[in-house]
Design a protein around this ligand. Sequence first.
Ligand code: C2E
Ligand code: MG
Ligand code: MG
Ligand code: MG
Length: 282
Amino acid sequence: QAKESGRNTLRFFDPKIQQELYLQAEMESELRRAIADEQLVLYYQAQTYLGKITGAEVLLRWIHPEKGLVPPGKFIPLAEQCGLIIPLGNWVLETACRQLAAWADHPELSKVTLSVNVSAHQFSMIDFVANVERVLRETGAEGKLLKFELTESAVLIDVDSTADKMMQLKDLGINFSIDDFGTGYSSLFHLKHLPVDQLKIDRSFVRDINEDPDDLAIVQAIIAMAHNLGISVIAEGVETEAQKRCLEKRQCRHFQGFLFSQPLPLDQFENCDIDIFNYETA
Ligand code: C2E
Ligand code: MG
Ligand code: MG
Ligand code: MG
């Protein structure tokens, strides 16, 4: 910024830009305090298979003292920019793992998996694996109940070191899902060389699946790709029975979306009335 201001000083007299920079700086310092002040919470959105819950995606929420509930779209990008995504991401991982450990003796919830969104920046940290290992040890959570959602861009930054890290994390039992699949640029070649367990079809393709033949074609291609790679496929953003039926007809059986459940605060998720899917009796 300092470098830019030399040449483009005029820019900063634009009151709109000045206002925006001010708001951004304010939000950054508020977000910095949010962790310590316990303003962050996790919501849990069910992931289903054959009509039963197999797990949940944990979605970060910021309960701002004045603004109320702030959705992640409003602060994750900023957190990525200013590096706060690292402490935020750590908080999410620790909280999710503590929850898994708390459910360990629960008659039903002990088999529920938690999917954690890991940002590219967070995943690229040199101590990421060591940190995950430490969190698993300190919380007592089982690695096999943990799933990381990575985006295609996160995976592609440095494919060799990504593969390396993913292998080490797989040794801890952790599974991998490629989030928002179809919106990035990952090639089959790269996928083949990475220990990916699941593709997650982006909801932008699911939305008009019954109206737009191009979206349907993309979804069918993703499902075929997953099956050919021998991995599972989940559709996100499933809102209607018609979307679900269309996906089922194409052999997609893992779902997440408002049709099944909204993202819920912990107590509501624990008491929601969808059955738990038990792999051992299936
Ligand atoms: P995502 O990982 O693709 O998460 C799915 C988003 O779709 C969530 O938005 C969820 O509430 C929303 N969604 C789920 N089902 C439906 C549906 O049926 N219809 C519609 N219209 N939307 C649905 P949310 O919670 O606002 O999160 C937005 C994004 O913020 C996430 O996209 C993810 O990229 C990011 N995010 C959320 N929590 C975290 C986190 O803990 N760490 C990181 N790095 N990113 C996070
Ligand atoms: Mg996700
Ligand atoms: Mg997603
Ligand atoms: Mg998405």
